[in-house]
Design a protein around this ligand. Sequence first.
Ligand SMILES: Nc1ncnc2c1ncn2[C@@H]1O[C@H](COP(=O)(O)OP(=O)(O)OP(=O)(O)O)[C@@H](O)[C@H]1O
Ligand SMILES: [Mg+2]
Length: 450
Amino acid sequence: MTAFTVALVLVVAAAGLLRWRRPAWYWLAFGVTLAALRVLVRYRSVMDACGLTVPPARWRLSLARATNRPIPEPRPPRIRRLRPTRTGLVLRLKLRPGQDVFDIAAASDRLRHSFSMFGVTSREVRSGVVEVRMTGYDVLKRVQMPAETEARAMRVPVALREDGSVHYRDYRAIPHALTLGATESGKSVYQRNLVAGLAPLDVALVGIDCKQGVELFPLARRFSALADSPDTAAELLDALVARMADVYRLIRTQQRITVDVPDAEIAADIWDLPDELRPTPVVVLVDEVAELALYATKEEEKRRDRIITALVRLAQLGRAAGIYLEICGQRFGSELGKGITMLRAQLTGRTAHRLNDETSANMAFGDIAPDAVLAAIQIPAELRGLAIAGDASGGWHRIRAPHTSLRQAVNLCNRYADRTPDLPELVPFRPTTGTATELVPSAKASPATA
Ligand SMILES: Nc1ncnc2c1ncn2[C@@H]1O[C@H](COP(=O)(O)OP(=O)(O)OP(=O)(O)O)[C@@H](O)[C@H]1O
Ligand SMILES: [Mg+2]
């Protein structure tokens, strides 16, 4: 008996310690079973208390009266499936007549504490069937990506959503994206995660980092072209526009359409070409975009116009040629001058890290999801890396990228260095390798001087 008590105390202490230090392990070891039991046992009473039951059908009442049986109780939505996951539980419910998905959504906060879960979200799977995703602990506090993710061409896992699912950056679905955030909010870490995700794929990476290259130059071995100043950036972007024209020419010859068809009217893209002919897709990462749009002299103004025009052209026509833009900045509004709002309108994917004011948040979401604006300015300063990701459909999620250190990203880029394609147009911008490791210490010190 005493041995049993000691063992029990040890198990409880271990569970408590795990829950405190390693909630993810606690969840897998104990939490998931306890939570599933709790949900099943409390289900009916919780649904009743949350007002999610419907009175029994008339014929049941009449039948009960006729046969002198007890009056049937109000019925909650039927549980179709209860699926445990790495971070929580997924409950699939079949709604009763008269209920709708908004009832469940409105009650999600009540469900959350009634079931002692950390977070509850719901969405309609199909008419009358609702999926309620519950998380057992704060998955965004210490982000751990699942080992297995759904790999697909040009789609990289980049962050975790607050409901525990993986947030992907899908270049085929959303070709261009804008990432905003105040200084020290986690933009560069997010971008680093993207590079880490893209490194093993068959894709050319092009970087423009006007912070003298501190963020991207350490990753140089996986980059086909890099620019660290607005001057080089202007030439690099022109080279990309030229490449785009070449790719269109190639697609056109494959289509056997005459030369007078304008580029924008060609419906086909590089993915329609046979594998052996398909040009390598290019992802252009721009850190601190505002640096490219600022000018002090007439000379610089000309360069700025050239850069913005090239970016707008790439954003307008790049998708079909397999050129994707990934732009990061602290602000990206009309005060940066002509062409900026036009460029912003082309950047479908939006991610906002912590922002200092509502106008900056409006730059990210004002035109697509007004309620995301509020969510973006509510991000606490201490939770760096937390962001709101939205797209043109108006939907948005709270996400956080794993904290990939520069060292980890450098190692990954070096491991996949042999995958770096040589694009003839970009050869003059090919970074000279060898500086990669030397740059690491100075880049690590960069946040302090940013
Ligand atoms: N996802 C994350 N998880 C944990 N910590 C993070 C995350 N993202 C960023 N941080 C922390 O925040 C610091 C600043 O991040 P980062 O350099 O990405 O900011 P930034 O927005 O690029 O800033 P700047 O505008 O100055 O370049 C990082 O050094 C890191 O310590
Ligand atoms: Mg940065």
